[in-house]
Structures are given as C-alpha cells and as structure tokens.
Design a protein around this ligand. Structure first.
Ligand code: AMP
Length: 193
C-alpha cells in the first residue's frame, strides 16, 4: 500500500498515519519528522532547515525531494509507505511523479483530510498542551505566530497540490472534522479495507 495523506497542519494526518502504519505494517514517511530529527542531530540538512521551520515556512523543494528519494529507496519502503506532509508544493508533486516513474512504483491512494480552518489552531494548541503535560518538548512551530505562517503556506502552496491530484481524478477526500475513529473508518472505506 502506497499512499499520500494531504491536509492542513492540525488536520490529523499524523494520527491517521500512525493507525495505517499499524494496520499495514508499512512506514510513515513524514518529512516534518525527518527534518525535526535532522535539526536535533545538527546535520547540515537540519542546520539549513531550522530557521525556516521555526518560523513556519516551507523548506526548499530540492531539500525535501532529496530526503524522500533517499527514504523511499530504503528496504522497508519496498512494500509500501504513507507519505505525510509531502508533497507540499506542486513542484514536489511533480518531482514525486518523476521519482515513482523512475522506480516503477505506483500510488494506491491520495487522501485529503478536509478540516474547517477555524478548528485548526485549537487542535495545534491542544497538541502542545498534551505534549507539555506528558513531559515532552513542544514543537518550536506549535505557537500562534508560526501557525499563521504555516496556514498561509498551506493555502498558497499546498492547497494547489490537492487540485493537481483532483485534476487527474486520483484524489479522495475524507471529512477530518469527525472523531478520530470515524475518520479512520472513512479512510478504510476509501482504501476498500
Ligand atoms: P510538519 O511536521 O509536516 O507540520 O512539518 C513541519 C515543518 O517542516 C513545516 O512547517 C516545514 O517547515 C517543514 N516541512 C515538512 N515537510 C515539508 C515539505 N514537504 N516541504 C517543505 N517543508 C516541509
């Protein structure tokens, strides 16, 4: 199973991706997680990405496409993967198409979680509060200022990715305003499992 989860920050992509990981035993390829790990490890990629990420902007297509190309080539991605947070620009979607064609892979589904924008900031604030309560480190971009920039990046650069796939008839949408279990059921329905 090879699929893409699309949706704005706070839509629930990470939560649903984790459930798909358990169900299909395939890895979740989250460019955000990979970049945060690179920042933490202080790699050159992390050092390039940190300030842009902290401010809520998007890092360059070239950087994330390189990360994904390397990650998809790893053995555990052979059976499938869930792309979470990638592609985030039409340029990335085109690069992914080229990469998949080159490696003779096909996507099984592209699913967009549709969420009312007004609910998103509340969800992000809840995630930060829960992380803090659990003794974890709150993401540097889970604050109202960076969130505004992230939402703006979503509107201007990522929403066109949905249109890109919709135009090819490959996009399925799921109502992300439902409860977590109902969203999972709706995704299962789309996947026919
Ligand atoms: P996320 O965890 O998906 O919310 O991503 C956190 C941050 O990492 C984003 O706000 C961007 O700065 C960066 N990022 C993650 N994925 C991408 C991507 N596909 N393209 C550009 N920047 C990304």
């Amino acid at each position: 199973m090879k699929l893409i989860l699309l949706g704005p920050p706070g839509a629930g992509k990470g939560t649903q991706a984790q459930r798909l990981v358990d169900k299909f035993q395939i890895p979740q390829l989250s460019t955000g997680d990979m970049l945060r790990a690179a920042v933490k490890a202080g790699t050159p990629t992390g050092m390039r990405a940190k300030s842009v990420m902290d401010a809520g902007g998007l890092v360059s297509d070239e950087l994330v496409v390189g990360i994904i190309a390397d990650r998809i080539a790893e053995p555990d991605a052979k059976r499938g993967f869930i792309l979470d947070g990638f592609p985030r620009t039409v340029g990335q979607a085109e690069a992914l198409d080229a990469l998949l064609a080159r490696t003779d892979m096909r996507l099984d589904a592209i699913i967009e979680l549709k969420v009312d924008e007004k609910a998103l900031l509340g969800r992000i604030e809840k995630r930060a509060a829960e992380t803090m309560a659990a003794g974890g480190t709150v993401r540097a971009d889970d604050n109202p200022e960076a969130f505004k920039v992230r939402l703006d990046a979503y509107r201007t650069q990522t929403a066109p990715v949905s249109a890109y796939y919709a135009g090819r008839g490959t996009l399925k949408t799921v109502d992300g305003m439902m409860g977590i279990d109902d969203v999972t059921k709706a995704i299962d329905g789309v996947l026919g499992v």
